[in-house]
Design a protein around this ligand. Sequence first.
Ligand code: NAP
Ligand code: G4F
Length: 319
Amino acid sequence: MKVALITGITGQDGSYLAEYLLGKGYRVVGMVRRTSTIDYSRIDHIQDQIEIAHGDLLDQGSLYDIFDTYQPDEVYNLGGQSNVQLSWAQAVLTAESTALGVTRVLDCLRMVTPLARFYQASTSEMFGEADESPQHLGTRLNPRNPYGVAKVYGHLITQNYRQKHGLFAVSGILYNHESPRRDLDFVTRKISHGVAQIKLGLADELRLGNLDAQRDWGFAGDYVRAMWLMLQGDQPRDYVIGSGQAHTVREFCRVAFDVVGLDYQAYVVADPAFFRPAEGHPLVADPGPAQAELGWKPEVGFEALIEMMVRADLAALAS
Ligand code: NAP
Ligand code: G4F
């Protein structure tokens, strides 16, 4: 039985990846950090099938002990501070987990399990104010926030350890992927939750930032499949993973309100408090190489994703 270690198992992607790997017969070990109230809500339903190991990306010794104890065959590094806006307020903490945390994990891999395969959760935010659209592996990295900068470090150190130490270490540059398990801070879940509240009479407006901002959105369940595929190849190499289609926040709102038979224009308020600096070329993926070489294709489209999220929030709020 192969052993998979997942950092960030309590997060959105960690929970979907754990389910996926259990389905493939892996022994799944999830690293959980100590907080005053640990939130297992995303993995409650699989807690009896996974093993929890306590550790923190800021603490080298805890990582080393986990590698030594479990001797993982595959390591998925999904942990870290993942909120773009928060990275301005907590720039150093973001760098500690999202940048240096990657080196700490890679050093364990190098010293304890050099034959293990390693996945690094890179992001389209590394392209930042992008020079071109769609983006591909050759597009210049030009991050525009501390989170993006930290992710560039993680991306490059993964490539460097692969080259210098011969590790099977790959980096997946993933575009926004969402689900009913997405944190409420992110725009998609803020919208689906807001729509459900309005439909149930619990709110009468939804305050958002720039409605013309564009993103390439997909379903998290599809994207964790790509992570696994990247570790199954003959050679380690990086991939860009996205749908290849950009949509505006406004379109997301229109579809989400349509699901409950309401007109978004009657409820959505553009609030300067949520605006970010103007963005240039839209962040949209060229997923061609991933589709051709990994055989990866998303199964849940834009409208289906939104409907899934709105219906999940309606059900949760109504219960
Ligand atoms: P998420 O829901 O925010 O989950 C982040 C996970 O990291 C949580 O389990 C969190 O644990 C853990 N974590 C935070 N700080 C940590 C630390 N110091 N040590 C150990 N674990 C720590 O993020 P996600 O959406 O699942 O994304 C997974 C990864 O992919 C992240 O690295 C993110 O930056 C990256 N990514 C995400 C997207 C996307 O659209 N979702 C796109 C590209 C890349 P707690 O529960 O204790 O907070
Ligand atoms: O949902 P968001 O906050 O996600 P963002 O910043 O793109 O980051 C997410 O995706 C990245 C992949 O590209 C990950 F690396 C990262 O970890 C995270 O998962 O914002 C999406 C867009 C932005 O253009 C933002 O300006 O929505 C726009 N937006 C408009 N109104 C809003 C709002 N974003 C938020 N959070 N809240 C609003 O009210």
